[in-house]
Design a binder for this molecule. Structure first.
Ligand SMILES: [Zn+2]
Length: 952
């Protein structure tokens, strides 16, 4: 590992790693920082070519390389030569993400993108095999497993490392038991940045650095990260280092210029040789790293710009759970490039300053537009994937697709053409079974009445008719009535039975003939649409597969009784599994699963003199948590869906007094509408909170008192469910708030809150869960933040982070006794987060097939089968095509060993792959043709298999 020491005693080696930390966008937008990057890499290439002693580490992310080469494609070979020589370290990530605010799958795709881009640029193993995580605001529990399953045995971390780690290296263990050697960047990723800054005092500075490092390094050699944010290295570095080394006495200090890969690789030899003595018997840390003992944790980025977190969740879920799986199973040509473009946007946005919402407003605008684009591509892929199913389904029927890998019932809301004469409507499944429906809306059939003269009627067509389009509808027929003083022209639009080839010229000709005799005669033109109804039905669909429904006239006995139907009774809504009662002040009692949650839904508004990183209350806070008026209105009464609106009026202070000493004395009225929704058969209450935010510098939280005190919460996120206590470790000058992120759900004694997006929660005093609904702040970093001593960035104004204007947030509350695992929370998460997709049938057959019939249109059997993934605690993370194979990534979201079963398709050869797609062991098929895969607790597993192409 180290060369023989010079005579006179072993030298202390300083491994000097020149680098820069490159925030791609932050207090300046991407293009501004990129111009600096181009300048930096230009200088770097010149310097490294001029002095072959120089080495450099490009911040562990391929983004720095891509962004440079996009401007300087002609310098590609210069970069490749330095990488090949081992002097320039790149990757392994595509971008340095935030770990808590994106999905586990996004973290995996980030690594996949970065690793493969490095390979394409500079050959196999070009990426630095080090999980470099220098600036992330804490680290997720499963990171060691993610790294190990990509063949990486090392992590390098800074923030979040707890006080218990008292040296420069430790063993970091994931919930599944995977371990990496973690290098702790004592003092941060710029700990050696100023080591050689003062030419007259080089020896003195180096000696002092060695001395202060001893506490963590003992007599081991020392890592010094030489560089900082957006910093250009000195071209004279090697010369300076040579000077320092030459001036050292025998047995003094030897500085070596290395890449981080070179430094870390030295430990691989030690790890590979079990006989070799451990260079540093390391303490073990299991689980996430969220301590503020020696560096800012900046934990309230979770609630900064919540709109970004919402957009991230929408984009991720669209790609992970709809676009890829449905395109893989039901689509035509695999949309590889479109998915790459969409994922690239999601991964780019996962950069810690981007997803955290601690950036300039212009940056956030770009982040939101990237997420929107990713979601738009995803939705387009879903539509294209379902289109073959819709095209094989007759008009009048609706295709319903289940995104979950197990059979499920979901409430679908669909618009159907239904004859006006039908009193009640049922939906018929392919097997003939009939489902009851709930009417949501029956729109007016007369769209317009226009009093015109005979002369004006043809003018109407001349101006308003484009092809068949009239007033935004399709003109499909007409009727002329000439009785009485006023003649009438009825125009029939949007007729589901109309032929695609219908020619409107026939209508124009007969109307022209009818009006020609009396240009001044009065006419009434009536635009009429056939009867349509918006209906709800609880439809069952196969795993990741389709079913179809068609409207039929309800006759005789009701289709089948609705299990756990919803009943709304004044201020109470219930379905036999869960009930919610609202009192005069708007407080709710939620009951279910043997648990009473009293006083739920207190909305607490307080001041925030903090910034995007850290909440910080004003010196004298004024809490507003009592509405002045509460009105409860029934929106829907069941039996499939019931909804209550609870409208509460509050007076929130409009901002803070000057200097942040207190909240403003002036209040603004705000009407908060809380919509409570229960669905038949669901054991949870859906909650949606909407208001127009009139205030600045404040935090709004939704409180849920627990039925019994507890000292821990369990939060889902990034392939794990982590337990957290009531306190967090501090030390570096942050007030230790136990606010933390949760992705799909958070659980504490007697209640689980199902979440739509990564949400900030706090277990208050062990008695209440508080969810942050909105946090309004106006500065990236406030120098005088009352809850943080060390500033987190520049004091740049971000007025848009006040989020003035319309605001909405949704979640669901599931009361239950016992643990989340035993209460069926994972199934509830699927039901809450993954609504069925629907598409109207498009097959045009006989007229009979297109018109709703008493027995429903004739039906071919659904053309495609889905795929089932079963097993206690087994969760689907990804399903996509890889070449001719299907790849499925699953997670054992349980602390017990389990077995996953993959079935539903004819399966050929099957084999394991790692997270980078490298082939592992073959997997034998079970006798019934399914794949049965034993999974350890919290194991992430990726397998590929050949599926019979005709089955897709
Ligand atoms: Zn950073």
């Amino acid at each position: 590992m180290t060369p023989a020491p010079p005579a006179g005693g072993p030298a202390t080696i300083i491994h000097l790693v020149p680098h820069t930390h490159w925030d791609r966008e932050w207090y300046e937008p991407f293009q501004v920082f990129r111009m600096r990057l181009v300048e930096l890499v230009d200088q770097l290439l010149d310097a490294m070519e001029a002095d072959e002693r120089l080495a450099f580490t490009l911040d562990g992310q391929l983004a720095t390389v891509d962004d440079y080469l996009e401007v300087r494609p002609e310098h590609r070979e210069r970069l490749v030569a330095l990488i090949a020589a081992g002097r320039l370290a790149i990757g392994p990530w595509q971008i340095l993400m935030d770990e808590f605010l994106v999905s586990g799958e996004t973290i995996v795709r980030n690594l996949e993108l970065g690793w493969h881009a490095a390979e394409r640029l500079a050959g196999a193993d070009a990426a630095m095999p080090v999980g470099y995580l220098p600036d992330m605001f804490g680290h997720v529990a499963q990171m060691p497993q993610i790294l190990r399953r990509a063949g990486i045995r090392h992590a390098v971390v800074w923030r979040g490392v707890p006080a218990a780690i008292d040296r420069n290296a430790f063993v970091w263990r994931a919930p599944d038991g995977s371990e990496v050697r973690a290098e702790y960047l004592v003092g941060g990723y710029g700990n050696g940045a100023y080591l050689l800054a003062i030419p007259d005092k080089l020896g003195e500075k180096v000696a002092r650095y060695v001395e202060t490092s001893r506490a963590f390094y003992g007599d081991r050699s020392i890592l010094a990260m030489y560089g900082t944010d957006h910093a250009v290295p000195s071209p004279r570095l090697a010369e300076i280092v040579a000077g320092v080394n030459a001036a050292q006495p025998a047995g003094g200090v030897e500085i070596r210029i290395e890449t981080l890969a070179t430094y870390i690789r030295a430990y691989d030899a030690a790890l590979a040789d079990p006989a070799a003595p451990d260079p540093a018997p390391a303490p073990v840390w299991a689980g996430e790293l969220r301590s503020a003992a020696r560096a800012n944790m900046l934990s309230n980025v979770t609630s900064a710009r919540i709109d970004i977190k919402m957009a991230a969740a929408r984009a991720e879920r669209t790609l992970e759970r709809y676009a890829e799986p449905l395109a893989a199973l039901h689509g035509g040509t695999w949309p590889e490039r479109l998915l790459e473009l969409a994922w690239r946007r999601v991964v780019d946005n996962s950069a810690h300053d981007s997803i955290c919402g601690c950036s300039q407003d212009a940056v956030v605008d770009q982040v939101l537009s990237r997420f929107a684009e990713a979601e738009q591509i995803g939705r387009g892929i879903v539509a294209a994937a379902i289109r073959p199913l819709a095209e094989a389904t007759p008009r009048g029927r609706v295709v319903v697709v289940n995104p979950s890998p197990h059979e499920r019932v979901d409430l679908v809301e669909i618009d159907l053409d239904v004859p006006a004469a039908w009193e009640a409507v049922e939906l018929e499944l392919p097997g003939g079974e009939r489902l009851p429906t709930q009417l949501v809306e029956r729109p007016e059939t007369v769209l317009r009445r226009l009093p015109l003269t005979g002369r004006q009627v043809p003018e109407l067509f001349a101006r308003r008719l484009h092809g068949r389009e009239l007033f935004g509808h399709s003109l499909d027929g007409h009727l002329i009535e000439r009785e009485g003083a006023t003649s009438r022209l009825t125009l029939l639009v949007d007729d589901p039975a109309a032929s695609a080839e219908f020619d409107v010229d026939g209508i124009l000709d007969s109307v022209a003939a009818a009006v020609s005799a009396g240009p001044n005669d009065p006419w009434e033109v009536v635009v009429v649409r056939g009867d349509r109804r918006r209906l709800l039905a609880a439809v069952s669909a196969p795993p990741l597969g389709p079913t179809t429904v068609a409207p039929v006239e309800a006759a005789g006995a009701p289709a089948r009784p609705i299990a756990n139907a919803v009943v709304v009774d004044g201020r109470t809504i219930r379905n036999g599994l869960v009930s919610v009662a609202v009192d005069e002040l708007g407080a709710m009692t939620i009951e279910g699963g043997g648990v009473h949650l009293e006083g739920a839904g207190r909305l607490v508004d307080g001041g925030d003199f903090g910034d995007t990183y850290n909440y910080g209350p004003p010196a004298e806070d004024r809490i507003v948590d009592r509405p002045s008026v509460v009105v409860v209105a029934q929106l829907e009464s069941g039996p499939l869906r019931g909804r209550l609106d609870v409208v509460a009026r509050y007076d929130w202070p409009i901002g803070l007094a000057a200097g942040g000493t207190a909240r403003a004395e002036v209040n603004a009225p705000v009407e908060v509408t809380t919509t409570l929704e229960l669905r038949a058969g669901e054991p949870f209450a859906r909650v949606r909170i909407a208001f127009t935010n009139p205030a600045r510098d404040h935090r709004v939280r939704w409180h849920l008192p627990l039925p019994a005190p507890t000292d821990r919460s369990a939060a889902e996120g990034q392939f794990a469910v982590v337990e957290r206590g009531l306190t967090v470790e501090a030390g570096h000058g942050e007030v230790p708030l136990a606010t933390a992120p949760a992705a799909a759900f958070v659980h504490a004694a007697g209640a689980t809150i199902l979440l739509d997006h990564v949400t900030e929660y706090e277990l208050l005093d062990g008695r209440e869960l508080a969810l942050t609904v909105l946090r309004s702040t106006g500065l990236i970093s406030r120098n005088e933040n009352p809850f943080r001593e060390d500033p987190a960035g520049p004091e740049v104004a971000v007025p848009d982070a006040q989020l003035i204007g319309p605001w909405e947030m949704a979640f669901a509350v599931m009361p239950h006794a016992g643990s989340w695992a035993d209460a069926g929370v994972l199934a509830a998460v699927e039901a809450y987060r993954l609504p069925f997709a629907t598409a109207a049938g498009r097959a045009t057959g006989s007229k009979e097939a297109a018109e709703p019939q008493a027995s429903g249109p004739a039906l071919p059997s659904p053309p495609a089968t889905g795929l089932a993934l079963d097993g206690r605690g087994v969760v689907l993370s990804a399903l996509r095509r890889r070449g001719s194979a299907l790849e499925i990534r699953m997670l054992a979201q349980t602390d017990k060993s389990t077995e996953a079963r993959i079935s539903g398709l004819p399966i050929g050869a099957a084999w394991d792959v790692d997270l980078l797609g490298r082939r592992g062991d073959d997997i034998a098929l079970a006798e019934d043709g399914s794949l049965r895969i034993a999974l350890g607790p919290w194991e992430i597993r990726t397998v590929r298999f050949e599926a019979d192409a005709s089955a897709r």
